[in-house]
Design a protein around this ligand. Structure first.
Ligand SMILES: *Cc1c(COP(=O)(O)O)cnc(C)c1O
Length: 493
């Protein structure tokens, strides 16, 4: 059986279900597959396959200790009813390009693709590996993971989920989505700090012996719903294949032609799934990484220098406001020739001095596969307006960042731009961009007005937020997160 190993230690080798259950390796590394040498996916087989069928094909490769039946049931449970369209992730032609809409799930962001499935895998993993234990899922969110994880894990047996978000660092709608969450096993807490600080504290807790010991005494296993968890990452590979199949079916390309993808990027999870799709044999030319003003990844891909020592900016694409991009470690593992010591050294440098530099040969190797660009907040708004006026298509700010980067680069191949959220999640920015806002309105009035103007339907889950009760009001500091966790664990349920 293929096992998942830590990016930082080859001795750590886990069965897929255990890797899902743990989320992060005990040495701080991320779980990866050493060998994608299993049979590559036969592209001709996916062209006429449904999304659910493609998903099952891909999961079978990665999750060898799950039975075909378990995988089939999990996939059906996740994708049959939760998504508004049969395609799950439909492709639409917009002007000269194609947009893959990843936001038709229960919380209107692409995180739903991974987080409708992860709870199914987690429940099975508990049965296989941790029978009798409770699992505590700690999650840092830049806005969208939190809600998608809460929806996915609410009231799942033997699971407790806690979500931490940067106070003031998410959109008003994103915050309301989380604060109105229902479910007996959920906790939500705003934290004074930015996303990087929240994510770093959670990663630190994962490695703290004392914390783990206290949880073990309560018979609790720690896990993660962030894209560091392979159970969240693997489902994201599927839509790259689905996009390709849709491109062929619509005759935009012939089977075998290479296409490019543009991915609005923060924690490098989404684009890494594209890289894995390429490794599985999908004809991808370039993966284009689109950053906002926190353009640390654009700088890395163009120069090989990763430097987190810079101001953290709050932008109008808040889900990408990240300077420490976790999943990049998985790419570094491959680029270095799967050299654990080298990965460890770079990660230590990033932690200790705030930067590291790739050697020239590896920069070139990286640039064979990846290109990059970034968009300022101003340009992001201009693009939303321009694409709306020209093509009658309404982009959310994150997708607009990707569109702008596509527009600026030489266009070498047919391209798919990933659209990661509904424009209504960021209604203030989108309304502003198309000159809709007047000051006194609240978010829901803005939604109505945007609908009247554009006739783009408001997703039901967002429209109904206005009527829901606020169930969560907690906040804390970075150093208070640990205490919050125990307070919530010890509450009367
Ligand atoms: C999370 C998110 C991103 C960034 O995705 P990563 O996998 O973290 O790179 C982009 N756009 C939206 C709307 C998101 O929620």
């Amino acid at each position: 059986m293929q096992k998942f190993e830590s990016t930082r230690n080859q001795q750590i080798q886990l069965e897929p279900s255990l890797a899902i259950l743990q989320g992060l390796s005990d040495d701080g590394g991320l779980f990866v597959l050493r060998d994608f040498g299993f049979q590559k996916i036969d592209i001709s087989q996916i062209i006429n396959a449904s999304y659910l069928e493609i998903a099952q094909m891909i999961f079978k490769f990665f999750l060898e200790d799950f039975s075909e039946e378990e995988i089939r049931d999990a996939v059906h449970y996740a994708y049959e009813k939760n998504f508004k369209t049969e395609e799950v992730t439909p492709l639409v032609k917009v002007g000269e390009t194609h947009i893959l809409e990843l936001f038709h799930g229960p919380t209107s962001a692409f995180k739903d693709v991974g987080l409708t499935l992860l709870p199914q895998l987690m429940s099975l993993a508990i049965q296989k590996q941790a029978s009798g234990k409770r699992v505590l899922i700690l999650t840092a969110t830049s806005g969208d993971t939190g809600k998608a994880a809460l929806e996915g894990f609410k009231d799942v047996d033997n699971v407790e989920i806690m979500v931490f978000y940067p106070k003031g660092g998410v959109s008003a709608i994103q915050e309301l989505q989380m604060k109105t969450q229902t479910g007996k096993n959920v906790s939500i807490c705003a934290v004074e700090g930015n996303f990087d600080q929240v994510q770093s504290e959670i990663k630190r807790l994962f490695l703290e012996d004392d914390f783990k010991k206290q949880l073990a005494e309560k018979n609790i296993q720690l896990s993660s719903a962030n894209s560091i968890n392979i159970g969240r990452l693997i489902p994201q590979i599927v839509y790259y294949f689905s996009a390709y199949a849709q491109m062929v079916r619509s005759k935009a390309i012939n089977i075998g032609d290479e296409i490019d993808f543009v991915v609005p990027t923060g924690n490098f999870g989404n684009i890494l799934a594209g890289y894995y799709a390429k490794k599985l044999g999908l004809p991808i030319g370039k993966l284009i990484c689109a950053s906002n003003e926190n353009n640390v990844l654009h700088e890395f891909i163009s120069t090989g220098c990763y430097n987190r020592q810079r101001a953290f900016l709050q932008t109008n694409s808040p889900s990408m406001d990240i300077l420490i991009s976790s999943n990049l470690e998985r790419l570094l593992y491959d680029l270095s020739g799967q050299d654990h010591e080298q990965v460890k050294e770079w990660m230590a440098k990033l932690h200790d001095i705030g930067n590291y530099q790739l050697p020239q040969s590896l920069i070139e190797e990286m640039q064979q596969i990846f290109a990059s660009g970034y968009a300022s907040q101003e340009k992001t708004k201009e693009i939303i307006k321009e694409v709306y006026q020209k093509d009658n298509y309404l982009l959310d700010p994150h997708s607009a960042v990707a569109y702008k980067v596509w527009k600026d680069l030489p266009q070498e191949r047919p391209t798919v731009i990933l659209a990661t959220a509904s424009p209504y999640k960021f209604v203030q920015t989108v309304s502003d961009a198309i000159n809709q806002t007047c000051q006194l309105e609240n978010e829901f009035q803005m939604m109505e007005k945007l609908y009247e103007e554009t006739q783009v339907k408001i997703p039901e889950n967002l429209a109904s937020l206005e009527e829901l009760e606020i169930n969560h009001q907690d906040d804390t500091s970075i150093s208070g997160m640990k205490e919050f966790i125990f307070k919530r664990l010890d509450r009367e349920v």
